[in-house]
Ligand binder design. Sequence first.
Ligand SMILES: [Zn+2]
Length: 229
Amino acid sequence: MRLQVILNALERHGSFVYESAAWADSSKEGLLVRVRPRRRSRPICSGCGNRGGTYDHLPERRFQHVPLWGLAVWFVYAARRVACPVCGVKVERLPWASGKERTTTSFQWFLSRWAKRLSWRETAAIFGTSWHTVFRAVKMAVCWGIRHRELEGIEAIGIDEVAYRKGHQYFTLVYQIDRGSRRLLWVGQDRTKETLGRFFRFFGRRRTERLKYICVSVATVACGGSRSR
Ligand SMILES: [Zn+2]
């Protein structure tokens, strides 16, 4: 069975074709799957979602996909720029990755599921990617959860922080920690008062007033993050 057959069964994108699958320059780098648009298909503008004519092509880029048999898998694609009548010249929207991500959405979901069981560092090491890629995958999953899940009835939250770039930068993480209902609710850059302010603005005054417990990590208190609350 060819790799393209498996990909078409699991991850089919109507306007695109998996053209070929081959080893990268060295087998350690994994497998490269070349993707091309279907003939006569018109690219979708990333600005407004309308189809338009092809303006030109950007250089080829790699998008890391879910690994297969321990091998890294990369989609290779030269994105088209769209001559959009509304937005002007814009890069096309790709169905397998969002925005400027260089990781496929499927791989982001895969990483975010493992990141619930392992530390982000372990997840990155095992699946051959960076801590930051795992972080962005978790953030994508959290944002999806925010758009699709209820935030009502939360009584207890925990505020924690993680350091990255050798401890020079931080993310603030807010979890729901009610008994029987634990999940990551929100991720914000930095660990300042303003970061927490952004969380509470997102969470809303009414829900904040109904909170019974706010647990804050010692380090977060030490930096003055939550004193005003
Ligand atoms: Zn447009």
